[in-house]
Design a protein around this ligand. Structure first.
Ligand code: SAH
Length: 345
């Protein structure tokens, strides 16, 4: 095995030079070795198992104007929706019936509706006590996070997007800052949420040094979940003409992070599946251990268009998507247990 790789495996970290080597090297054998090593670490920790999460994109109403995001406030090309409590509960029932034991409620950032969602969270918790509830609702007041936690939410995904304050500033409108994001992440941890961070790969203006800063921030904050996907341009946003991120770099990052954070829950993300045929399986073979099929009702799903190619009207979803996924994963030797798939030390 290559020296850099054995050092990574042994010390669970690397200096900046080692990390840039693994991110940029043109040596195909090294990259293969990296993926194989990460896959072995994943199998040691999770067996040949992939956790499924049922993703319910509950609302695309957002107060923010993130420059990359298709549901940003200024995008007037999409129509806005929020699912009713009944629609959310119905989607949860569908998720449960597929043998999936985590519901993920994701939506635009909207503090007043997040507050109203607390009731729904309580009802989900009471109706399916055997399932975990993950939320992804952006930056909210501490008291709202606390309320959601008290009502039964277990996990929270809030990508940090970029660990470089200046790069963060190029992706977000004035008023949004990395320090607020970090404050939210610390609050979530303090409240006992299993907390997820992450970034887009190949977002506009991003350098390899930025990616290394992202890794360092994750080393400092120790997230239980790490969500990483390629940037995919979204028509109608200010960053629509930038090229999409690299699937290869995304896969290398899954592997590096799997080795550095052996127990982390790392999804093979939808965005990777959109830009790379069999991207979902490739992500698992690079060390990811989670997949999040969508249960957003077909009527609304195309309006949850974070980027182009996501949630096409023709996209397979729900039970059919799960059955396809299980087939694809089984073909590469993995199965999906009916378990919550919590983070374990
Ligand atoms: N509003 C919530 C959740 C929705 S956005 C939040 O901000 O956390 C969920 C994630 O989608 C974001 O964290 C971002 O990293 C990703 N995303 C948004 N636009 C994207 C794009 N154009 N390409 C790839 N990923 C994107």
């Amino acid at each position: 095995m290559n020296d850099t790789l054995s050092q990574l495996l042994e010390e669970k970290t690397l200096g900046d030079e080692g990390l840039s080597l693994l991110l940029e090297s043109g040596d195909g054998a090294l990259v293969e070795d990296l993926h194989r090593t990460a896959r072995e670490v994943a199998v040691e920790n999770f067996g040949n198992e992939v956790y499924l999460r049922g993703l319910i994109e509950w609302s695309n109403i957002c107060r923010n104007d993130c420059l990359y995001c298709g549901i940003r406030k200024s995008n007037t090309l999409i129509s806005r929706y929020s699912l009713s409590k009944e629609e959310i509960l119905e989607a949860c029932g569908e998720v449960w019936d597929c043998g999936i034991r985590t519901f993920v409620l994701q939506g635009g950032e909207n503090p007043s509706s997040a507050l109203r969602l607390a009731d729904t969270v309580a009802e989900i918790h009471a109706s399916w006590p055997g399932a975990a509830i993950t939320l992804s609702l952006g930056e909210l007041p501490f008291e709202t996070y606390r309320l959601l936690r008290e009502k039964g939410a277990d996990r929270y995904l809030l990508r940090h997007e970029s660990a470089s304050p200046s790069h963060y500033g190029m992706l977000h409108p004035e008023g949004m800052t990395l320090s607020t994001r970090i404050r939210c992440l610390k609050a979530l941890k303090e409240l006992g949420f299993q907390t997820g961070m992450g970034m887009m790969v190949g977002s506009p203006y991003q350098s390899t040094d930025n990616l290394i800063e992202d890794i360092r921030l994750m080393e400092a904050l120790r997230p239980e979940m790490i969500g990483i996907g390629p940037f995919v341009p979204s028509g109608g946003t200010p960053l629509e003409s930038f090229p999409q991120g690299s699937a290869d770099t995304t896969l290398r990052l899954y592997s590096i992070l799997r080795i550095m954070f052996p127990r982390a829950l790392i999804p093979s993300t939808t965005a990777l599946g959109v830009i790379l045929p069999h991207g979902t399986e490739e992500g698992i073979l690079a060390g990811a251990n989670v997949v999040m099929p969508s249960f957003t009702p077909t009527l609304h799903s195309p309006q949850y268009s974070l980027y182009d190619g996501k949630n096409r009207p023709s996209s397979v979803r729900g039970a059919q998507q799960v059955s396809n996924l299980k087939k694809d994963l089984s073909a590469i030797g993995y199965r999906c247990p009916e378990s919550r798939g919590d983070y374990k030390e």
